[in-house]
Design a protein around this ligand. Structure first.
Ligand code: SF4
Length: 581
């Protein structure tokens, strides 16, 4: 029987608890948000002793369901003050699930401030070791040492120096299949919360673990086949399809063409240098440099979409993996930088320091807006990360707390944030539905909470006019379905296929029924998604958030965005309809 593992950093103790009935059918985001809702005081200080960090593999993580190695990390966010779930793909949750651990709760704080620990978990239990020798170092230096010490068959969750400094844009890092520190639960500063608990690493060794129980193997297998078939046949997710060839950065040219590619801190919606930092440019440069076409790889065992790229230099040496769409936009177009080599270097630095790339790019752009650097100054941007943030200088501490704090300190009005979190790579003035999601998401400005870009721009799951302002229902439907998918352990990118191919959607539900022994129908997806959102919303209300917080920044209402010269004109009443259920 799976257990909940509870670790208390105040006295370095660990105990295994039976899974309460109410959590039995939950996983991933459904479980992290339920535990935070039940156990964390919404008014607590995010970096204080009463916050908790919860790690939960998805319902299917650890099985051979395709593309299902996602881990949800949950806590009260120091960036937004809201509840937060941020997920990443890695073998780490697969190993945790195979050890029979349904959720890992980290609570309490060490008595000795500034002390960091390595937690080692295997089938025999939990061990704590001081992590002093690794503190202050870059993760690219540290990960190989840890794999040398613990062997290649472990997985590592960690924080970088940004988390040690408790910066609100610090993420939680997991390794990819090559052992690189490159897969992030990036958003919301969860690395800072882990840092506040003195946790530097969580090493998981699943050798000899009991594995994941599957109640109805036949049904699970039936669902797995249906979903696999859908993923292998959809143009976006199939082998050598859009994501496998160009990665998520395939979106650069598409969103730019739509005039919704935020440029130079959301001043414009189209970037003249977009093609140079696109997925196509990554693919073509690699082809030239390696003398062959290079298709992308999986971030965890069992992902059949395989969207993660690796970028190589002129001599064929690896610079970094992976340059995501959000990253090439954040440290590229949003900072006016069109140099792919600089984008790769900035991506590497974010991975090394333990930073969320979206918030980092957004913060540099606000710093540029404030006059600290010129837009387009790649060397200056590199210096801010490598000198100021790495060393934790006073300026580095300001920047490390994100775009909203940086904007406040330097008196910047054009700060594109909601609930303290910088907007991702889609301009809400030009694509209204995603703006409705940014405004109303329980997580602050977050595209993954309700990815209306699918029908508004990509024509996936229908076709909707991006400029139409009646988007409450569309955003709600996406937010609800996403809350469910984030609970399964599947990567959200399966949505491209299952929105267009109904048997794929059925397959996902059958896989869950197979593992849990439930009888969910596709309608239950809506019910379960809504229950998760209700809890998250209630947590935020108790933390002091109201409808007035579900709004976009004022400048978007009066600054027309080129090239379409549109302003944010979705009425507040439309925003308030999203959670009127
Ligand atoms: S589709 Fe991409 S991000 Fe999603 S699990 Fe696969 S490799 Fe990772």
């Amino acid at each position: 029987m799976a257990k909940i593992l509870r670790i208390n950093m105040a006295d370095l103790t660990a105990k295994y608890e039976d899974v309460p009935e109410k959590y039995k059918y939950l996983g991933g985001r459904g479980l992290t948000s339920s535990i935070i809702y039940d156990e964390v005081d919404p008014t607590c200080h995010p970096l204080g002793p009463h916050n908790k960090v919860v790690f939960a593999p998805g319902i299917l993580s650890g099985t051979n369901a395709p593309t299902s190695g996602r881990v949800s990390v949950g806590a009260k966010s120091p960036l937004t003050g809201t509840i937060k779930e941020s997920n990443a793909g890695s073998a780490w949750p697969q190993r945790l699930a195979r050890l029979g651990i349904k959720a890992l709760i980290i609570e309490g704080q060490p008595k000795e401030p500034g002390k960091f620990w390595l937690i080692y978990i295997n089938k025999d239990g939990v061990k704590f070791e001081p992590a002093d020798e690794y503190v202050g170092k870059g993760l690219y230096e540290v990960y190989p040492k840890l794999f040398e010490r613990f062997g290649k068959k472990v997985s590592i969750a960690s924080i970088g120096v940004a988390g040690e400094y408790k910066m609100a844009m610090a993420g939680v890092c997991f390794e990819d299949r090559e052992g690189r520190p490159s897969r992030y639960s990036g958003r919301g500063g969860l690395g800072a919360v882990l840092g506040s608990k003195g946790v530097k690493f969580i090493v998981v060794d699943d050798e000899g673990g009991p594995g994941v129980e599957i109640v109805n193997k036949e049904l699970f297998e039936q669902g797995r086949k249906k979903l696999t078939e859908a993923l292998r046949s959809h143009d976006v997710t199939k082998p050598k399809g859009g994501l496998n060839t160009y990665g998520t950065a395939i979106l650069v040219n598409i969103i730019n063409e739509a005039g919704g590619f935020p440029t130079r801190n959301f001043r414009e919606g189209r970037f003249e240098g977009a093609a140079k930092i696109s997925g196509e440019a990554i693919f073509e440069n690699n082809k030239k440099r390696l003398g062959k076409e290079l298709y992308n790889h999986a971030c965890h065992p069992g992902c059949i979409i395989q969207c993660s790229n690796t970028y190589y230099d002129e001599n064929g040496n690896e610079i970094v993996s992976c340059i995501e769409y959000e990253t090439t936009w954040a440290v590229g177009a949003n900072c006016g930088i069109d140099d792919l080599e600089a984008v790769a270097k900035l991506t590497w630095l974010c991975n090394d320091l333990g930073l969320d790339t979206i918030e980092t790019g957004g913060t540099i752009a606000v710093a540029m807006e404030a006059g600290l650097l010129e837009f387009g100054d790649a060397e200056g941007a590199i210096r801010l990360l490598d000198e100021e943030i790495r060393k934790g200088t006073p300026l580095g501490r300001i920047l490390g707390n994100g775009a909203a704090v940086t904007g406040k300190v330097f008196g910047v009005v054009r700060v594109p944030a909601v609930k303290g979190q910088n907007m991702p790579a889609y301009e809400p003035r030009a694509i209204k539905g995603i703006g409705v999601t940014y405004a109303t998401s329980t997580m602050g400005a977050d595209h993954t909470s309700g990815y209306t870009i699918a029908p508004e721009i990509l024509g996936v799951g229908g076709k909707v006019d991006p400029f139409a302002i009646e988007k409450a229902e569309l955003s709600r439907n996406f937010q609800v379905t996403t809350a469910f998918i984030d609970s399964t352990g599947h990567c959200l990118f399966i949505a491209f296929a299952i929105l267009d191919i109904p048997s794929g959607f059925e397959g996902m539900v059958e896989e869950c029924n197979g593992v849990l022994g439930t009888n969910w129908t596709t309608e239950d997806v809506t019910r379960i998604g809504m229950e998760i959102l209700r809890k998250e919303r209630e947590f935020n209300e108790k933390a002091g958030f109201t409808k007035a917080d579900d709004r976009l920044p004022e400048f978007m209402k009066y600054e027309p965005l080129p090239p379409h010269n549109v302003v944010w004109d979705v009425p507040d009443e439309e925003l308030d309809k999203v959670y009127a259920f």
